[in-house]
Design a protein around this ligand. Structure first.
Ligand code: GAR
Length: 188
């Protein structure tokens, strides 16, 4: 079994797509061994508990630096022999400690066709810009915001004016693309 960690700060629908994918076999020979969350009360914590996944929840403000909390995360991942880190709505830039120890093994999902619409409000930004083709990107993680080599993308055409319907379409596309892409990465 390949061992995954999923980092999330919010609802965790992508966490759940990955955890469910491992359970059903849609993601082959893999299991989520750790959920890392930097927000107390985030809904992803309930999802992780439901899937019986170990949780590492921490408050970044209780650490004197990013290096300090990332050292704690990396130590826990070493102990669990994590092979691949999937960022799933983890709203922080990954710092040097994690890049030095897990670089090349960290991927992120972003709800836009990068390099367009980086940042924390990509769907709203693209909607307000008036684009007609939205999308999802999965990329390798480096020390830039939503930067790093693109691994996979999918387009989501939408010309309507209902942002909630659009968000639903994009999240659905994310869940499917993450499962497919993790299989591809683990197959290599
Ligand atoms: C997802 O749409 C993900 O692509 C986005 O946060 C959402 C988390 O949803 N990430 C970013 O915007 C990264 N810049 P989820 O908690 O339901 O998986």
């Amino acid at each position: 079994m390949r061992r995954l960690a999923v980092f999330a700060s919010g609802s965790g629908s992508n966490f759940e797509a990955i955890a469910a994918g491992c359970k059903s076999g849609a993601i082959r020979d893999a299991e989520v061994v750790l959920c890392v969350c930097d927000k107390a009360g985030a809904y992803v914590l309930e999802r992780a508990a439901r899937y019986g996944v170990d949780i590492l929840q921490f408050n970044p403000k209780e650490f004197s630096s990013k290096r300090d909390f990332e050292r704690m995360i990396a130590d826990r991942m070493d102990a669990l022999r994590v092979e691949l880190v999937c960022l799933a709505g983890y709203m922080r830039i990954i710092g040097d400690e994690l890049l030095e120890r897990y670089g090349g093994r960290i991927v992120n999902i972003h709800p836009a066709l990068l390099p367009a619409f980086k940042g924390a409000h990509a769907i709203k930004d693209a909607f307000e810009y008036g684009v007609k083709v939205y999308g999802v990107t999965i990329h390798e993680v480096d020390n830039t915001l939503d930067g790093g080599r693109i691994i996979s993308q999918v387009a989501v055409p939408y010309e309507g004016d209902d942002i909630e319907a659009l968000e639903e379409m994009i999240h659905k596309a994310e869940h499917k693309l993450y499962v497919e892409t993790i299989n591809r990465i683990l197959d290599k």
